[in-house]
Design a binder for this molecule. Structure first.
Ligand code: AVI
Length: 320
């Protein structure tokens, strides 16, 4: 039977402190993790189905086309640690190739994982499964039941792009340290990375015709209302999603459509019409730029696979 472990959840007070510090800053910001309440997670699944949002299907095509080569690079029999596993579908499609002996899906909350992992355990009874609920973006801590030998970290979907390059470097170093725990050898990382491309393709992917990404972004305000007991009026805000070429990142913002005051129990914030809350960055890398980041984090022997248009890249990297 699959095992489930929920590590400490962020305390309500620290969530409030973090959010209010961002919202009351001169340039208001919120962490992208607050985009994912129950509805936000469903809206993100819908984004992945959109014709404009190429990353999900392009990455799936790469995994499908190169599954055997990827398994040859990664080796079989690993402990597969799936960061941000969600419904576990991406990792599960690679099980027949990677043949992990232990599977460790990690997501912010056990509730997101339990159904999918229980079903998967029935399909693959020989794989030891340990579901872990933790906010790994705040630090990568794994329970003791996770074997230390031959850890293969799996981080698909280009979620690494939601960190700044400096944060990404710190996070990759944490993955490296987790691979080396107890003097272990043979660990590695299999990661999906979105590549720099034409502005029009990038901007459409984050500002789609149906407005699903707009709903995903605006839903953040409803989530904030619940978390902070605030009174954001969703109808008074507009979604903005565009490629910032200079910083090589897509930015998402929420823009005030009118002058307004937002209130919560101990405070207020006035927003002028046109003022923005910066809600997400999604960094886009060049192939060489990302390999350099992996090298700086202590990974080497990098193998990459891409699609014919070179829109997306899957990398395998080993410890050096
Ligand atoms: C989860 N993450 C990799 C997505 C991205 O593309 O940065 C989140 C997203 N935001 C808007 N659309 C998708």
């Amino acid at each position: 039977m699959a095992q489930f472990i929920q590590l400490v959840e962020q305390r309500k007070q620290s969530v409030e402190d973090e959010l209010l510090a961002g919202l009351t800053a001169p340039q208001a910001t919120t962490s992208p993790k607050y985009l994912y309440d129950a509805l936000g997670s469903k809206l993100f699944e819908a984004i992945c189905e959109l014709p404009e949002y190429y990353p999900t299907r392009t990455e799936a095509e790469i995994f499908h086309k190169h599954a055997q080569e990827i398994a040859d690079a990664c080796g079989t029999g690993a402990t597969l640690i799936d960061l941000g596993a969600g419904n576990c579908a991406k990792a599960a499609s690679l099980f027949p190739y990677l043949q992990p002996t232990q599977y460790v899906p990690v997501d912010i909350s056990i509730d997101f994982l339990s159904d999918a992992v229980s079903r998967l355990q029935q399909r693959f009874p020989a794989i030891d499964m340990v579901g872990v609920g933790t906010d790994f973006s705040a630090g990568l801590v794994l329970p003791e039941t996770v074997r230390s030998a031959q850890r293969l970290f799996f981080y698909p979907g280009s979620s690494i792009g939601n960190f700044t390059p400096d944060e990404a470097l710190i996070f990759l170093r944490q993955i490296k340290a987790a691979c080396e725990q107890d003097g272990a050898k043979g660990g590695g990382l299999l990661i999906g990375v979105d590549l720099v491309k034409e502005n029009t393709i990038l901007s459409a992917a984050y500002d789609d015709a149906l407005g699903v990404t707009a709903s995903f972004n605006l839903n953040l305000l409803q989530h904030l209302n619940r978390l902070l007991d605030a009174d954001f009026d969703v109808r008074e805000w507009r979604h903005r999603g565009f490629f910032n070429e200079k910083l090589s990142r897509v930015e998402m913002h929420l823009e005030a459509a009118s002058d307004q005051t937002v209130r919560w129990p101990d405070g207020v914030r006035r927003f002028e019409r046109g003022e923005r809350i910066h809600t997400e960055n999604s960094y886009k890398y060049s192939r060489q730029g990302f390999i350099s980041l992996l090298n700086a984090a202590g990974f080497g022997n990098v193998t990459t696979w891409s699609d014919p248009q070179q829109w997306f890249m899957v990398c395998h990297a080993r410890l050096v």
